[in-house]
Design a protein around this ligand. Structure first.
Ligand code: NG1
Ligand code: MG
Length: 498
C-alpha cells in the first residue's frame, strides 16, 4: 500500500467543487469519534465502492472485468490501544448498526464470524478484514482498536459496499499493527477473507477498491495471476459519461447465497468440468481453464471466446431446463457422492436444476465483450483526438456491448429482476446509449452510458419515469443518492494528520 497521506493532501485528489464537502465529512467524523470515545483518532482508513462497466459474473471464473471506483466509500476512524486486544466498533448510523465489541480469540479462531441465513451482521465485514490480516501476517498480539465507521455506499445495490468495508477494515487493521505491504498482497488478502461471509466471491471488487485511481477505469485479469491495469476510458466529445441508477430493490448476497450467487459459481464449475474433462479430456476447474486449453497456449482473444460459445451451443444439452442431480451424475460420469464432495460441499447450494448451458454461454460471451470494450478504450483514448473521433459510432459500439451484457445477465445468467429490467428499459428510452445491471444483480443498480451534455436531462427523465412512478414517496433530497453521474474515483488510502 502507498504511504499514509495527510488529510490536506488527500483532499486534493477530489475535484475542486467537492473538496469542501469532503473536508466537512472527515472533520465531522473526527468530531463524532472524540464525542463517542473520548479520545483522538490516530488515522482514518478509506476504501471506495465500485461500478462494474462490463464483465458480470466472470471474475470468479477467471476472466477479466472492467470496473471503476465510485466516489462513495467507507471511512473508519481508528485509535490504537497497545495494552489491550479488545476491538470496539461503532457506526455513525447507530440506529441501524449496533455497537459491537470483541476480544482477539487466539491462534485458530482469531474472531468468530457467524452467519445466519436471512440476515447478516454488519460487523462481520469488519471481522473478515481483521481476521484476514491477523491470519496472513501471523500476528500473535494484535492491537486493540476503537473504530467509528461512516459509509455512503448503498448496501445491497451492486456497488460493492461489502468489499469496500472489508478492504477498509483490512488496511485499517494492518496500519494499526504497523504492517506494510504491497497492494497486490492486500487485494489478495481482502479477496480471500471476504469469503468468511459465506459468499464464494470473485476478486473484482476488492482489487478495484485497492488499486483504483482518479480518472481511470481498470481492466483486471485474474489468470494466470491477478493483474490490474489502470486504463483511460475513450476521450470523446461530448465526454463519455456514466450514470448509476439504483432500482431500490436490495439484494443481500450473503443472505441469498445458496440459491443465487454461490449456485452460479457451482454451475460454472460443473460446466467447466463437463466441457473440459468430458468433452476435451483435460482436467478443468474453471471455464478459464477450458478456454486456456482450447487456445492451446495462445492468447485467449474475443474471437476464440465466441467460438467457445459455439462449442457450448453444440455440446451442452437441456438448454432451458438444466439438469437434475441424477441427470448431472450421468452427464459427468460421477457418483452422487463425488458430485456432492467436489462441487456442493464447501459452499452449500439449493436448487432443483443446474443450468450448465446458459451459464457457460453467458461466461464466454461476456468475457469476449469485456475484451471488445477494452479494445475500444485503447483505440480511442487519445485526448488530442477527442474532437476528431466519430463519437456517435463509439457511443453506439460501447452501448451495444453493454446492452448485450444486460440481455445475457437477464436471459442466460438469470441474475436480473423485474425492476432492474424495467429501469434498464427506461434508461434506454430516456436516451442512454447502453444500459445494464451492475454487480451481482437480483436487484441493485444499473449503469448507463450517455453523452455528457445529455446527462442532466437524462437524469430528470429517468426520475420522472421510474422513481416518480414506482417510488412516489421517495423524498426529493434522496434523489442524488439513487441516480447520479459518476467519474472514476481514487482507491483505498490511510489518512493521517487529521
Ligand atoms: P457485488 O454485487 O458488488 O457484491 C459480486 C462479487 C464480485 C462479482 C460480482 C458479479 C463479491 C465480494 N463480489 O459483486 O466479485 O462476481 O458480484 O460480477 O463477491
Ligand atoms: Mg458485495
Amino acid at each position: 500500500m502507498a504511504a499514509a497521506l495527510p488529510l490536506s493532501e488527500f483532499i486534493r485528489a477530489y475535484p475542486e467543487h467537492n473538496r469542501q464537502s469532503q473536508y466537512t465529512r472527515y472533520h465531522e467524523l473526527v468530531e463524532r469519534f472524540r464525542l463517542t470515545y473520548n479520545r483522538e483518532p490516530k488515522f482514518i482508513a478509506r476504501a471506495p465502492g465500485r461500478v462494474n462497466l462490463i464483465g458480470e459474473h466472470i471474475d470468479y471464473v477467471g476472466f477479466g472485468v472492467l470496473p471503476m471506483a465510485i466516489s462513495g466509500d467507507i471511512l473508519i476512524a481508528v485509535s490504537v490501544d497497545d495494552d489491550s486486544s479488545t476491538v470496539r466498533i461503532k457506526n455513525v448510523d447507530d440506529s441501524k448498526y449496533k455497537s459491537r465489541e470483541w476480544q482477539y480469540e487466539g491462534d485458530e479462531q482469531i474472531v468468530t464470524i457467524t452467519n445466519d441465513e436471512g440476515s447478516v451482521e454488519w460487523s462481520n465485514y469488519f471481522k473478515c478484514g481483521y481476521k484476514g490480516i491477523i491470519q496472513h501476517f501471523k500476528l500473535s498480539r494484535p492491537k486493540g482498536l476503537h473504530c467509528l465507521v461512516d459509509g455512503n455506499v448503498p448496501p445491497g445495490a451492486g456497488l460493492s459496499s461489502s468489499s469496500a468495508f472489508v478492504c477498509c477494515a483490512a488496511i485499517a487493521v494492518s496500519y494499526a499493527n504497523n504492517i506494510e505491504t504491497d497492494k497486490t498482497t492486500m487485494a489478495k488478502i481482502a479477496i480471500e477473507c471476504e469469503r468468511y461471509i459465506g459468499v464464494n466471491g470473485g476478486g473484482m471488487d476488492q482489487t478495484t477498491s485497492i488499486f483504483a485511481a482518479t480518472n481511470q477505469a481498470l481492466y483486471i485479469s485474474f489468470r494466470p495471476t491477478l493483474r490490474p491495469t489502470l486504463i483511460k476510458l475513450p476521450s470523446l466529445s461530448p465526454p463519455l459519461t456514466f450514470v448509476v441508477s439504483n432500482s431500490l430493490v436490495t439484494s443481500n448476497k450473503a443472505a441469498t447465497a445458496q440459491t443465487n450467487y454461490n449456485l452460479r459459481v457451482v454451475e460454472t464449475k460443473l460446466a467447466a468440468y463437463y466441457l473440459g474433462t468430458v468433452i476435451m479430456q483435460k482436467d478443468c476447474d474453471t471455464l478459464w481453464d477450458v478456454a486456456s486449453q482450447y487456445v492451446n497456449g495462445k492468447e485467449i482473444d474475443s474471437k476464440s471466446l465466441r467460438k467457445l460459445a459455439g462449442v457450448v451451443e453444440e455440446k451442452i444439452g437441456n438448454k432451458e431446463r438444466g439438469y437434475g442431480i441424477v441427470e448431472l451424475t450421468e452427464l459427468l460420469s460421477l457418483t452422487t457422492k463425488q458430485v456432492t464432495e467436489r462441487f456442493l460441499t464447501k459452499f452449500p447450494v439449493r436448487t432443483e436444476n443446474f443450468h450448465l448451458y446458459k451459464r457457460a454461454k453467458h461466461v464466454f460471451e461476456e468475457a469476449a465483450r469485456v475484451l471488445e470494450f477494452y479494445s475500444l478504450c485503447q483505440t480511442h483514448n487519445d485526448e488530442s483526438m477527442a474532437g476528431h473521433i466519430k463519437a456517435d459510432q463509439v457511443y453506439s459500439e460501447l452501448g451495444q456491448l453493454m446492452n448485450s451484457s444486460h440481455d445475457s445477465c437477464r436471459d442466460l445468467y438469470d441474475c436480473s429482476c423485474v425492476e432492474v429490467d424495467e429501469l434498464v428499459r427506461v434508461c434506454l428510452e430516456c436516451g442512454a446509449k447502453g444500459s445494464r445491471l451492475t454487480g451481482a444483480g437480483w436487484g441493485g443498480c444499473v449503469v448507463s452510458v450517455i453523452p455528457g451534455n445529455e446527462s442532466e436531462e437524462f437524469i430528470s427523465k429517468v426520475t420522472e419515469k421510474y422513481y416518480n412512478v414506482r417510488f412516489p414517496d421517495l423524498p426529493k433530497e434522496r434523489l442524488s443518492e439513487v441516480i447520479f453521474e459518476t467519474l472514476p474515483g481514487a482507491g483505498a488510502a490511510i489518512i493521517t494528520s487529521l
